[in-house]
Design a binder for this molecule. Sequence first.
Ligand code: ADP
Length: 519
Amino acid sequence: MAEDEPSGALLKPLVFRVDETTPAVVQSVLLERGWNKFDKQEQNAEDWNLYWRTSSFRMTEHNSVKPWQQLNHHPGTTKLTRKDCLAKHLKHMRRMYGTSLYQFIPLTFVMPNDYTKFVAEYFQERQMLGTKHSYWICKPAELSRGRGILIFSDFKDFIFDDMYIVQKYISNPLLIGRYKCDLRIYVCVTGFKPLTIYVYQEGLVRFATEKFDLSNLQNNYAHLTNSSINKSGASYEKIKEVIGHGCKWTLSRFFSYLRSWDVDDLLLWKKIHRMVILTILAIAPSVPFAANCFELFGFDILIDDNLKPWLLEVNYSPALTLDCSTDVLVKRKLVHDIIDLIYLNGLRNEGREASNATHGNSNIDAAKSDRGGLDAPDCLPYDSLSFTSRMYNEDDSVVEKAVSVRPEAAPASQLEGEMSGQDFHLSTREMPQSKPKLRSRHTPHKTLMPYASLFQSHSCKTKTSPCVLSDRGKAPDPQAGNFVLVFPFNEATLGASRNGLNVKRIIQELQKLMNKQHS
Ligand code: ADP
């Protein structure tokens, strides 16, 4: 404990700030963890630690963030979450780094600019296919929840407006019980400079509630997997073939199902990790620096019947409403794990800054510098900071306690981190009560994590002087709850993410990894 800190301050609970858009589950999880809700009548304007809301923050709010505060959005991330911007960024990456890496987004045209290109492509394909149909989907660039979507095969049915995209419709989706589905993968970027990406090992699989049928493209219950659409359908409550009641599975149930068909789920998971990294790399160099913020993205991924994952879109503020028991199982723990992840990182930043402060750095210098935190304030009022000071002096278990307060952990599936090959974090999933019918091709629950242990050996070598507190080049934590670090994924990418992002070098490493997997 820092000697000059008043002991009363250490007992102050952490404080969260919300607005009317903050998901209820965020509030309830934070209260459950012993946090207090910010009350502007009672408290000073700056007396809060985490501000979580659905919409983005203004740059002035980012600039005035205090060292003990965290915001749940990073500036500049909507470049990924608008469908037209995503398409443009990925197209640019394809031009720069080749199509082989960036072939995970269906062919996309941004209207109205690409109208003539689309028409040319449409008729060329029509000619090639002869009597066979080609299928397209037209989506508003900025809307969500399946609103305003049109699927068509015949050009005369094509209607569009400004700010629409037209995309190749994946007409051979992987079907389960003849129902279409897509995956909601949660990704947390805890910093863009240096780039640090975590993928959540649990997630949601969202089903259409009527059987897939290309002869009726107007039936949204068969073609769209948005739960906002399907929960109002007549079949939602019915027990459906294989998928059962409702329209959601956990990701672990889905992977378990795939394994029961002897599918190499680990390979699929690797491809998804790679897709996440490549997508975020498309915007990472251009996002402005901002301290003390993070971004939770929802990646929507469709798997086709060749087990190829396709990126449909990236969601900003992915829905955290609890509509069914699967939501409760996944999203409550997700929020707990985000807090663990952020707080672990927050502690690291604060510690680092506190350490720098003792070397005379000013707040302004720190804010300008390329780091994930600001300088320590003169007075550190909250628990988080008391943990930081304890980190200097006491054993590591104090820090662990500080970040793992979870009075009522959701009984989500046991998911273990695992490495594949030399240098990539992966995980296997087991359903709690179900046994795969056939053996999977990989060894489940492998606990050896060569690169992860490399990270750990960096950070936890000694109890008395954890290098998290002083070393700018330190590797991020490999795991927090069900979040697993996917970037940086080896020594080379760790280096390439420091002192400016060397995208070319990172792409080379990803390419090497792919070649290794193919060979
Ligand atoms: P929204 O933001 O409105 O949810 P999405 O791009 O996620 O828009 O599309 C909604 C749904 O439409 C997806 O969940 C998926 O079921 C379906 N869909 C979207 N794009 C495609 C595509 N290219 N091929 C097949 N299905 C698609």
